[in-house]
Design a protein around this ligand. Sequence first.
Ligand SMILES: Nc1ncnc2c1ncn2[C@@H]1O[C@H](COP(=O)(O)OP(=O)(O)OP(=O)(O)O)[C@@H](O)[C@H]1O
Ligand SMILES: [Mg+2]
Length: 470
Amino acid sequence: MNEPEEPAITPEETALVNNIPRDILFSLLDNPHESYVIVDAGGIIRFMSKSYENMSSFSQKDAVGRHISQVLPHSRVHKVLETGKADVGTPMILDGDHRIVSRIPFTRKGRVIGAVGKILFWHTEQLNELNTLINRLKGRIEQYKEELRQVYDSRYGFDHIIGQTQAIRNAKAMARKAAATDSPILITGESGTGKELFAHAIHRESPRKGRPFVRVNCSSIPGELFESELFGYEPGAFTGADKKGKIGKFELAQFGTIFLDEIGDLPLNLQIKLMRVLQEKEIEKVGGHPQKIDFRIITATNRNLEDLMRKGEFRLDLYYRMNVINIKLPPLRELREDIPTLGLHLLTQLKKEIPKNIHSISTAAMNALMSHDWPGNTRELRNVIERALIVCNRDQIELEDLPPAVQKAGNTVQPASGPSGTLKEILNEAEKHAIVEMLKNSGNNRTDAACRLGIHRTGLYQKMKKHRLI
Ligand SMILES: Nc1ncnc2c1ncn2[C@@H]1O[C@H](COP(=O)(O)OP(=O)(O)OP(=O)(O)O)[C@@H](O)[C@H]1O
Ligand SMILES: [Mg+2]
């Protein structure tokens, strides 16, 4: 570091330094909270703090004049002599303890003339705590990410869609073609025809598989919460908002697929907002700024959107925007030949949840299943098989294991007349019947049906769930 031909520092600088008593300068370099080692361009030690003695076999005095690699074999201070680049605030384990080290080269006229190595001892404990906390949080984030991936993932593929009838084959072929594109898809069909199943399968076969599949049921979210559910909000966006803010479903679906189920129940004011999102591929969080989102949209409904548009309840522009590819799912009564395979497939599936030694369905029972009209389509078939699996005490499902309405279709045993079961069961059955009838009479309009039944739309939704109508 001694460069006799060059003044070490300017006279002004010298004056400044001279104002600091030497003992203060020295104690600054030799304080117990941080350690310094200063080397010249050749790596020879010019100064070493006393606290370094703990890491060296040389005393502070003996260290001076020796090469740093001899005194502090683990030091990398002389490395910055080669690179000329400072290395500041690097965490390191020294003598089994976490430390923060810095190595800074001194340059003069572009030439490295020496370097200082500095170890911070103070508040390493807090840094360790912070480090532990960060590591723990990192682990948790990974865990949540994995859980989120599982929640927002498609659960079914095309293999889960059973049916050899031409109508199902056509729907599957169309869905497969659509999966390869990024175009919006509208899936229509009566309740229980497999719309959700198709949406899962399309995502799973699309280039977006492995990315989130986010399902939103437009009829189960109360109108006033819809916007924040879909688009999220910034912290403190409105009174009563969560302090941490909220991530909306569109944001969760980034790079994946968003499935808006029961789109026919979306209120008009939100249809306008959704239209904007589809046009701009951009969302605006409540109290936030616009944000680009890369998503694919699949919508589904069991309602007649043309009717809704005529009545002014569904926007024409939104309809055209989301109906680029339309997949129409046939009702089960048009797929009668598929009922035997479908029935057995559902039986096998349900046995995973209700393990019983039942492997087949008797001819009489199968005839009844094939003759029934299935207003609730495949979901109703599934429920009927599940019930049969529970009540059956032989090794095959018999006609008498089916509910009276289905038995009737088989045109054999007539159901006993008059109500049977406990009062609770009878009331339950009556409630279910009232809901089914009211939905039918209101053209599947849940808002209307709920209003006529004198209950809230979300209340109706919960009851439909309870009775397994959705
Ligand atoms: N082709 C099929 N093969 C196998 N299972 C099916 C088929 N179609 C429907 N299902 C089963 O029937 C049930 C209802 O299907 P899903 O929920 O997809 O119907 P949906 O059309 O979305 O009904 P909703 O309009 O009431 O929401 C599910 O258990 C589904 O797995
Ligand atoms: Mg559905």
